[in-house]
Design a protein. Structure first.
Length: 303
């Protein structure tokens, strides 16, 4: 069976199974989305992009954007970032404030919300919120080689109205001296960053720079690719990262919009979208699809 045939069979099996999970209704704009949807795209090292299902449907990438924000900051300040944010799994919810208090305002990793807010704060150094957002968008567009990538302002407004935990986190960071820009600038930039809208084809193409594919634009050094892949493997699915590594065995980053960026280093960049979430806040059917793909291809980094 070819990879393309496998994808078509997988799409059919996912829809027949119908165990979709729950959408992220705490963001009202996302809460209105039908969970029974699925799309997938695989960008291969030879430049091919294979698709299945609703691969052309645009969705809010939410926390998948944290990968690209991290790439921008590592490109600017490199290893200095780790003075402000750690590199360890949290074991707690992505929006938890508990560890931030216990560890005196230094977030565990750049993919939980507190850590991502610190990364966004670093992006704002010497820049206005508009300039920082332009930098992230420019990176994503260059990585995907596609300028038709934008911010969904309706999702950003919806999240701004209900993002009380993130408001608490940004002020808590400031209270510990781990925030340099005004809290409202950091929060506004972060919310709009999470509201970047893409489809699976665009996201898979953007992920090529992290996978280190020969066809990818030269935006990241091999060292930075390894750093980002390590963070995705250990922290990319929040407190479900261990379960994802066990089931799939590839670096990945999820978002509560149902997006999932999965990396097979040197082989492929995979984007999956299914908006229904599991108890960890990761795409339920997206995780199953990634597991099935790993079994078929043998792309698990664990062999």
């Amino acid at each position: 069976m070819t990879l393309d045939q496998f994808l078509q069979d997988l799409d059919r099996d996912i829809r027949a199974k119908g165990d979709w999970g729950e959408v992220a209704d705490y963001i009202p704009e996302l809460g209105r989305i039908d969970p029974a949807q699925f799309g997938m795209a695989i960008a291969l090292a030879d430049g091919q992009v294979l698709t299945a299902g609703q691969a052309g449907h645009r969705f809010s990438i939410q926390s998948v954007s944290k990968v690209f924000a991290l790439a921008c900051v590592l490109g600017r300040i490199g290893e200095q970032l780790w003075r402000r944010v750690g590199r360890e799994p949290s074991g707690d919810r992505f929006d938890s404030i508990l560890l931030l208090e216990q560890e005196k305002g230094r977030p565990r990793n750049p993919f939980i919300n507190a850590g991502a807010l610190v990364v966004t704060d670093e992006l704002l150094t010497g820049r206005s919120p508009r300039q920082a957002l332009a930098e992230i968008l420019a990176f994503v567009r260059a990585a995907a080689e596609d300028d038709d990538i934008h911010i969904d302002k309706a999702v950003a407004r919806s999240e701004a109205r209900t993002g009380h935990r993130n408001t608490a986190l940004v002020h808590y960071l400031r209270s510990f001296g781990n925030l340099k820009a005004p809290p409202d600038h950091v929060l506004g930039t972060y919310i709009h960053q999470c509201a970047i809208e893409m489809n699976c084809v665009q996201l898979a193409r953007a992920g090529r720079v992290i996978a280190g594919l020969d066809c990818a634009p030269a935006l990241l050094s091999p060292v930075k690719q390894r750093r980002i892949n390590a963070m995705m493997m250990t922290c990319g699915q929040y407190d479900g990262s261990g379960n994802f590594a066990f089931r799939v065995g590839m670096p990945a980053k999820s978002g509560v919009g149902g997006g999932l960026l999965v990396i097979a280093p040197g082989k492929a960049s995979i984007a999956i979208w299914s908006p229904g979430l599991d108890g960890w806040g990761n795409s339920r059917m997206g995780t199953l699809a990634a597991e099935r793909l790993a079994e078929f291809t043998g792309w698990s980094v664990f062999g």
